[in-house]
Design a binder for this molecule. Sequence first.
Ligand code: DX5
Ligand code: ZN
Length: 216
Amino acid sequence: MIISPSILAANFGCLDKDVEMLNRSEADWVHIDVMDGVFVPNISFGFPVMKAIAAKSKKPLDVHLMIVQPERYIQECKDCGASIVNVHQEACIHLDRTIHQIAEAGMFPAVTLCPATPVEMLRNVITEVHMVLLMSVNPGFGGQKFIPNTLDKVRRLRELIDSQGSKALIEIDGGVNLETGQQLAEAGADVLVAGSAVFQAPDPEAYIRQLKEMKK
Ligand code: DX5
Ligand code: ZN
C-alpha cells in the first residue's frame, strides 16, 4: 500500500519536526491540502507553506487542491515542489485541458471526486490520469467520519479503470485509519491518505508502518 500522510493534521507550530518524522518513516508521499475558503468552507495554507515543506521533505508532495479554478495555479505548484497534483472534477470546467496542463508542467495529473460525484464522470479521461482520488468525507476538514459507501465506489472505479485499460491508481482521503484502511485495501485501493489517525497516534511512525503493511 502507498501511504500519503496528510500534513493538515500536523503541528503547524513546528512543522519541521513533523516533516522530519515523515522523512524517517515508511510514508511514500506527503499529502498537502490546499483550501481556498470558496470551493470548501475552510482555508488551510498556501504556496509559501508548500514550498517550506518541499524544502525539508525527502518524500514527493501529493498536492490536493481544494480550490476553484485550479488551472490558474498549476505552474505555482510546480515551482513550489509538487510531484502530483490533484484537481477536483467539480472545480474544473475544462478537466481534460487541466489534466494535460499538469502533465505538460512535468507533474503527475490526478483527479479528485467528492463523495456525491459518481465515478462515471471520469470515463472520458481515465486513461489520461496517473491517479483518481476518492474523497471518503466531504472535503474541507480533517478528523471527519469515513463515509462507508466509498467502499462500493472503490470497486466501481476499479471496474472502470480495468475496462478502459487505464493504469490509474486509486487513492482515498478522509477518515482513514487501520480499520477503514483494511476495508479499503480489500476493496482495491492503492494509496491511503491519513491525517488525524497518523498524527494523533502515540507512535506516528509505527502507525504509518501498520498502514503500509495492509494487504489486499
Ligand atoms: C480533507 C482533506 C484530508 C484530511 C484528511 O478535506 O482532504 O486530506 O487531511 O484528514 P483525516 O485523515 O483526519 O480524515
Ligand atoms: Zn486531502
